[in-house]
Design a protein. Structure first.
Length: 380
């Protein structure tokens, strides 16, 4: 195994058998030629030695350095034309395993000279026959070797391109899945987070209205409604996130838009917040993606106002100057000290990413009067 690895590195057992077979058949062909008067002016012992040299060179170097046994055989064939039988497989090996054209040209010239033997002279017919023999023994196998090499390289390039294309498709598919899951997670944060915030507000209002049984019952019903809606939205989004699963019972509800702002504001008022809405006229429809983004911006801004500025009045304004949709949510200073709010602070970050995806811009900053303003400008 170690010897094979040194002589034929990276070659399989089948390849080794093929190399041995080629060397043996070439040696047999040389021996058959040596049994005829075409052996030249060499003794039997010298011819046997030349044949052994060709056999060893062909067996060990035909793939790794085919030019060496080829030139050696060409030189030896000058002494004995019977050695010409080794030039055919070696010429093919030079074309197949050598990629440089100067080396190929040198090998072709040396082989043609060795076979055609122009110095031998003789009738013109014999000279033409030797040239044709050189073309058949040297040029044709070399051309076949070049063709096989070119085809193998082309197949390797095509295979590499196909593998890269497949890898790129997988990356694009993974990126698409990741993008969609990120979008769904953002929707989950906006929708469910808002519902939970309303539940917290209403729960606090229940505590303050403990003496008013009717008010407590109304607020408790609102908490239950908000909780059910939050669970329903959460179930829908988790159902979409399930990899490889489909839930036929999961309803496909339409995504919210500008027309749902009134309902959103009404729910927020029921939770005890003071909210004023200045909506866009119904005669000005916008792209669904822009409308959905506007809804989520208002929803997140109201959620933040409920957390960080309890008791503050909020004004929601939607305008459409030129080819833009401007959504502005301005909250006043807090009416009471806010409770310690938990959260990762990713709400506004998600809104900024959503707005940038649509080609707009988002600003969120505190006001001089102690309030806070969120403004988004979206292209329509």
């Amino acid at each position: 195994m170690g010897l094979r690895a040194r002589i034929w590195p990276g070659l399989s057992t089948r390849g080794v058998v093929l190399e041995v077979a080629i060397a043996v058949l070439s040696t047999v062909a040389i021996g058959v030629g040596g049994a005829t008067p075409d052996r030249g002016p060499v003794t039997v012992a010298l011819f046997a030695a030349l044949t052994a040299v060709v056999f060893v060179l062909m067996l060990t170097l035909r793939r790794r350095a085919p030019l060496v046994p080829f030139l050696a055989s060409a030189v030896l064939s000058v002494l004995s034309p019977a050695i010409n039988g080794a030039l055919t497989p070696l010429s093919y090996a030079v074309g197949r395993y050598v990629g440089r054209w100067p080396v190929r040209i040198v090998a072709a010239l040396a082989g043609m000279l060795a076979v055609s033997r122009p110095w031998a002279g003789g009738p013109i017919g014999d000279q033409v026959s030797r040239v044709i023999g050189g073309a058949v023994l040297v040029l044709l196998p070399g051309a076949i070797g070049i063709l096989v090499r070119t085809r193998a390289l082309l197949l390797a390039v095509l295979r590499d391109r196909a593998e890269r294309a497949e890898a790129e498709r997988e990356l694009l598919a993974r990126d698409a899945v990741l993008t969609e899951r990120t979008r769904i997670a953002r929707e989950m944060h906006d929708a469910v987070g808002h519902r939970v915030s309303l539940m917290v507000l209403q729960a606090g209002a229940i505590e303050m209205a403990a003496g008013d049984r009717a008010r407590v019952e109304q607020l408790a019903e609102n908490v239950q409604t908000a909780g059910r809606q939050a669970l329903e939205e959460l179930r829908q989004m988790v159902g979409v996130l399930r990899a490889g699963e489909t839930d036929d019972e999961t309803p496909l509800v339409p995504q919210p838009g500008l027309t749902d702002l009134a309902r959103l504001v009404a729910q927020t008022r029921e939770a005890g917040m003071t909210v004023e809405l200045r909506p866009l006229p119904e005669s000005d429809p916008v792209d669904p993606a822009v409308g959905r983004a506007a809804f989520r911006i208002v929803q997140e801004a109201l959620t933040n106002a409920a957390k960080h500025a309890p008791g503050a009045s909020v004004c929601v304004t939607v305008e459409r100057p030129d080819d833009e949709l401007v959504v502005r949510v301005v909250s006043g200073p807090a009416g009471r000290t806010p409770a310690e709010a938990s959260g990762g602070g990713f709400g506004l970050v998600g809104l900024g990413e959503r707005v940038r995806t649509l080609g707009g811009r988002l600003t969120a900053e505190p006001r001089l009067d102690g309030g806070f303003a969120v403004e988004a400008v979206l292209p329509t």
